[in-house]
Design a protein. Structure first.
Length: 57
């Protein structure tokens, strides 16, 4: 959970797009967000894969 309300989520998303990369928030009360939440329920965050980039383009 990254935000309590839409205003905070939108502020976070704006900063994320500016400093990290393009992204669109997914709200858990939407059908798409509810599906993502259900699919990831109980999943370990340690199972995520990562990649090391030696050059950014």
């Amino acid at each position: 959970m990254l935000g309590e309300n839409r205003r905070r989520v939108d502020l976070y998303a704006t900063a994320w797009r500016r400093y990290v990369s393009e992204a669109v928030p997914v709200y858990t009360r939407s059908p798409e967000g509810a599906g993502v939440l259900a699919a990831e329920a109980g999943a370990s965050p340690l199972d995520a894969s990562t990649a090391l980039r030696v050059a950014w383009t």
